[in-house]
Design a binder for this molecule. Structure first.
Ligand code: FE2
Length: 281
């Protein structure tokens, strides 16, 4: 009954912690974003950067390349991109894990995809009165070597008081169990925040806040067609398996918080005054 013309069922979102909106983005918009991502990767010189992304090895997050990426556009390699001699196993275009984290503000093609009335209507239907989009990520989930992203909650990385971070996950290709789709624990957003990643005087660190285990059963795969928007609560536990299939699984994500909430000074991604996080319109 609460599925408005935004396509989002707000009541179900409150119950399950996520909502799936098929056909949110048109094929032409997706093609434009994919083409622009390919150009960014093509222009990327691996000799100038390290940046292997892994959620399993927190030390990789500690390097300046990652921590300095919140206000710019950088490419990160898959963990398995390199062989034992340090050479790429696959061509560069098939070795990049993701691009992050400010394309939505800095690149015109990404900016167009990341803004508009339709997105604004969704975020408002979910109760974020002053949405602020802090982060964008283009995730490749490459064929054969696409890495696992272990169970986590996105609020771990975007603390606000109260918790408001909301994730927008756009399928840029079909995502299914074969190529590493999202898995979520329906209703799991009503559980505790388990971990907090923050940057302080002691450097970046991941702190265990609650001993609650990650889901061992009851998780469901979110198998969706290209163009689908999956929006989920910052406390919703989710993961995605490695991609061992010959098919990629491109996705694009945005993370928004409510500007009325206090954004933690310990969050790794900080926006300077002259480059503030903006809303969807
Ligand atoms: Fe996540």
């Amino acid at each position: 009954m609460t599925t408005s013309r935004t396509g989002v069922d707000a009541e179900r979102f409150v119950r399950d912690g996520f909502a799936v909106i098929p056909g949110f983005k048109a094929a032409g918009e997706i093609a434009a974003l994919r083409a622009r991502a390919a150009e960014i990767v093509d222009a990327f010189d691996p000799a100038k950067a390290s940046g292997i992304f892994s959620t399993r090895d927190e030390s990789t997050k500690n390097d300046d390349y990652f921590l300095g990426s919140g206000t710019t556009i950088r490419c990160f390699f898959e963990e398995e991109a390199f062989d034992e001699h340090g050479a790429l196993r696959q061509p560069k275009a098939l070795s990049i894990n993701k691009i992050g984290h400010a394309m939505h503000d800095l690149d015109p093609v990404f900016e167009a995809f990341s803004h508009g009335e339709a997105l604004d209507a969704v975020v408002r239907a979910l109760g974020l009165a002053e949405p602020r989009v802090y982060q964008s990520m283009y995730i490749f989930k490459q064929p054969h070597i696409g890495g696992e992203v272990g169970w986590h909650q996105d609020a771990t990385y975007f603390a606000t008081e109260p918790e408001t971070v909301t994730t927008f996950w756009f399928a840029l290709e079909r995502a299914d169990r074969n190529n590493g789709c999202l898995w979520v624990e329906p209703g799991g957003h009503r559980g505790p925040l388990r971990e907090r990643f923050s940057v302080g005087n002691a450097g970046p660190h991941l702190e265990r806040l609650d001993p609650a285990p990650w889901p061992s059963g009851g998780a469901v795969p979110i198998e969706v067609e290209s163009g689908t928007l999956v929006v989920f609560h910052g406390l919703l536990p989710h993961y995605s398996a490695p991609n061992r299939s010959p098919v990629s699984r491109h996705a694009y994500t945005l993370h928004a918080v409510d500007g009325r909430a206090r954004y933690a000074s310990g969050n790794w991604l900080q926006r300077p005054k002259e480059f503030p996080a903006r809303g969807f319109v």
